[in-house]
Design a protein around this ligand. Structure first.
Ligand SMILES: [Zn+2]
Length: 163
């Protein structure tokens, strides 16, 4: 289990704006908010969608629903809010009960969300700046200027930085 803070953007936000928020915060995922519903999107999916010509976050179909962790569940499992990592196993049980979710939403504001991940291994990759280019087939990140994936020789999708 790990807690990670991610940028929050609205469904109407452009893919480029969403990407810029990830760059700014040094994260490889973003949380989309539509009313009280949340979805989590990876940098790779956003870059791919942008390369396909999609424009806003709300147009993406690849996001995963991000369910809120209920206060009742916190209390029932004895999960602490102040130092969540002190009650890792309680949070892991809650995510299991929520339907084996990889991620759960702990708290959010208009700009930022704190999520918990089922394992530490799921959390660490989120705490890195996103790559601007990914292989269109295997999804590996590749350096900018790469024309073919070094691994599978497929075309590369890139997003350009906002001016
Ligand atoms: Zn590849």
């Amino acid at each position: 289990m790990k807690t990670v803070d991610l940028p929050v953007v609205s469904s109407a936000a452009s893919l480029k704006t969403s990407f810029q928020q990830m760059v700014k915060q040094g994260r490889t995922a973003v949380v989309e908010r539509q009313g009280n519903a949340f979805r989590i999107h990876t940098a790779r999916d956003i870059v791919r969608a942008s390369a396909k010509g999609l424009f806003t976050l709300g147009e993406l179909r690849t996001g995963r629903p991000l369910d809120s962790i209920e206060v009742n569940d916190l209390a029932r499992h004895g999960a602490r809010l102040s130092v969540p990592t002190d009650s890792s196993s309680a949070y892991e049980s809650i995510l299991r009960e929520m339907g084996d979710q990889d991620y759960g939403l702990l708290t959010s504001t208009d700009r930022s969300a704190i999520i918990v991940t089922r394992s530490e291994g799921l959390g660490f990759p989120l705490e890195a700046s996103p790559a601007y280019c990914y292989c269109s087939r295997c999804g590996d990140s590749v350096p900018e200027g790469t024309t073919r994936c070094p691994k599978c020789h497929s075309p590369i999708d890139c997003i350009t930085a906002e001016q």
